[in-house]
Design a protein around this ligand. Structure first.
Ligand SMILES: Nc1ncnc2c1ncn2[C@@H]1O[C@H](COP(=O)(O)OP(=O)(O)OP(=O)(O)O)[C@@H](O)[C@H]1O
Length: 310
């Protein structure tokens, strides 16, 4: 059975009309499904948790997240048992980094087609951020510093609505990234990989921990990241002059920033980042508050996910 968890507010409200089209198709085709529209922040996680009870190991429930990247984070966080669930995703957001990295169609109706066929089921790692002893899972990435500051401002700005209306949702990230670069003061961060290798840097802009290649609306920060290798890929940017960073940033759209002095790409199974001052944190593009520490690991079991046939 399919269970659709829909964020009607995604892409500044466009999610609702896309869902209406999907709903109509499901009815027309006589598909066995249930659905729930999210009403508030965190609701998708609660719905996912309840939906898990509908599945068993032999007959898993197909939980389909319909929303943006932030809805993926909430749905993954709510899943209580990976053995009872097959996950699917229909994009109705603006950032689309999950689709970009997993090579999924951006078109919601095209996504519906391969999801209803469910011919190719693969496995995906599910990393999590530990906050107050609670796990917040993510599909794409989490980060501390500049990248998270950009996410937090994108979420807050009324410009996002305008850019989304013009179909330019991705550009808002670039616009705010350039603006914040002028004011940011890079600070001291210490990074510990797998509990043993510790590195300290004095002028860090940000550290992003990635399950996928892309974040921030198309920055290919970790070009070698694989979502099924039980590893986290990390990008840490430090000690670069702002003017140089300004020129490096566009190269990251194509993954050509790798090898530039001051840009470190690391891999690990778990990571702890400590910042000398409290900084913004994001998790799949949603705000994770302002904190000094970021601790990330990967769930031992992987999640089954429906992918298009290639
Ligand atoms: N009914 C609702 N009203 C307001 N906010 C909601 C509602 N349902 C979910 N949310 C919030 O929407 C956010 C997630 O948005 P989502 O990522 O799905 O769309 P988006 O921001 O348009 O896409 P993207 O992240 O790809 O840019 C979360 O903060 C979630 O708590």
């Amino acid at each position: 059975m399919y269970y659709f968890i829909v964020n009607p507010n995604s892409r500044s409200g466009r999610g609702r009309s896309i869902w209406n089209e999907i709903h109509q198709q499901l009815m027309l085709r006589g598909i066995d499904f249930q659905y729930c529209l999210t009403r508030y922040s965190g609701h998708a996680a609660e719905i996912a948790s309840d939906a898990c009870a509908l599945g068993t190991e032999s007959e898993p429930v197909y939980i389909i997240a319909v929303g943006g990247d932030g809805t993926i984070h909430e749905v993954l966080t709510g899943i209580t048992d990976f053995d009872r669930v097959v996950f699917g995703y229909i994009p109705t957001g603006s950032g689309n980094d999950f689709c970009r990295s997993m090579r999924l169609p951006f078109d919601p109706m095209e996504s519906l087609e391969y999801i209803l066929k469910a011919e190719h089921i693969s496995k995906m790692d599910v990393p999590y951020l530990l906050r107050n002893n609670k796990k917040s899972r993510f599909g794409i990435s989490t980060g501390i510093g500049y990248d998270a500051g950009v996410c937090q401002e994108v979420l807050a700005t009324p410009l996002k609505k305008i850019f989304n209306r013009l179909g330019l949702g991705k550009l808002i990230y670039l616009f705010i990234a350039l603006k914040q670069l002028i004011f940011i003061n890079p600070g001291k961060m210490t990074v510990t990989l797998d509990g043993e290798n510790t590195f300290s840097y004095d002028h860090v802009y940000f550290t992003a921990v990635m399950n996928q290649k892309y974040e921030g609306g198309g920055f290919k920060f970790c070009p070698d990241a694989q979502p099924d290798d039980q590893l986290l890929d990390v990008i840490l940017v430090e000690g670069i002059r702002k003017i140089k960073l300004l020129f490096c940033l566009p190269t990251a759209f194509f993954g050509k920033h790798v090898g530039i002095r001051g840009i470190h790409i690391l891999t690990c199974s778990d990571i702890h980042v400590h910042s000398a001052s409290a900084l913004p944190i994001h998790i799949d593009g949603e705000s994770g508050g302002i904190r000094e520490d970021l601790t990330v690991s990967i769930e031992k079991s992987s999640l089954k996910i429906i992918l298009p046939v290639v």
